[in-house]
Design a protein around this ligand. Structure first.
Ligand code: GLU
Length: 257
């Protein structure tokens, strides 16, 4: 049985127009509940607050300014947790909201409070759902993107595995928009400059992350001995394959000491 951090982004949770992608969200929750029923511990790092707030407020576009993003996130975070509470509740699972900034993780006293809460929630059998605390997360103190937040949560939460859900099938050999023959790299044993270069090759549409932040997250995870797998969030059932040791997406192998 494993402790798994799953990071999901706006590109999986919402349609390009901003409305919630109900099929994706429902399928994701169903697989996570099943993995939990099988005895695994699940920690979900979920974006989508700004995107859902934009939809709920009926704004024509994602705001560019900080107060606009913060206000949208404040609205969307409610929508997000309401949705998770309802859907996880259908399978008798209980969710808990944790909102963090980079500062909370950098400062030992704050991080200890976070860890104590997280571990107790897992002991109680709840599913912690984390996001950046967007109201407080101005540039200087924010984690910045939820791929990195996912990796840091995996490290402090002593996870066995980090799964990052994307809108593509994994880390590709080339930019798929330019090269239709680009293929998924199944295993990255070592993150070197040739891998880092691939980070520039593709960017998600709606969230703050692209492949660059995913590779950065992978470096944090593997340097702390944690495997990270990138999967397509449209196919959450691939998480079963990953846990059964089968090939799916791109696996970054954690360094073993
Ligand atoms: N915290 C932001 C949100 O929930 C997303 C950050 C990210 O996607 O990296 O909308």
């Amino acid at each position: 049985m494993s402790r798994i951090v799953v990071k999901v982004g706006t590109s999986t949770l919402a349609h390009p127009g901003g409305g919630m992608n109900i099929r994706h969200v429902e399928n994701l929750v169903k697989v996570l509940c099943d993995l939990k029923n099988a005895g695994n511990e699940i920690i979900l790092v979920s974006s989508g607050a700004i995107g859902m707030g934009v939809g709920k407020l009926g704004l024509s576009a994602r705001p560019d300014d900080m107060p606009g993003k913060q206000a949208a996130a404040a609205v969307g975070q409610c929508e997000l947790m309401y949705t998770y509470d309802r859907l996880f509740g259908e399978y008798n699972h209980t969710v808990a909201q944790i909102l963090l900034t980079g500062d909370d993780l950098d400062r030992d006293d704050r991080r200890l409070n976070f860890e104590n809460t997280l571990f107790r929630l897992l002991e109680y059998g709840a599913i912690p759902v984390l996001n950046e605390n967007d109201t407080m997360a101005t540039a200087e103190i924010s984690v910045g993107d939820n791929d990195t937040l996912g990796a840091r949560v995996a490290v402090y939460g002593k996870a066995d595995l980090l799964i990052v859900l994307s809108d593509i099938d994994g880390l590709l050999t080339d930019d798929p928009h330019k090269n239709p023959d680009a293929k998924v790299i199944p295993l990255v044993a070592e993150i070197d400059d040739s891998i880092r270069k691939l980070g520039g090759a593709s960017h998600g549409r709606q969230g703050t992350g692209g492949m660059a932040t995913k590779i950065h997250a992978a470096e944090i995870a593997v340097n702390n001995g944690i495997d990270m797998v990138i999967l397509n969030g449209a196919k959450p059932q691939l998480m079963y394959d990953v846990l059964e040791g089968k090939q799916a997406g791109t696996r970054f192998a954690g360094k073993r000491t």
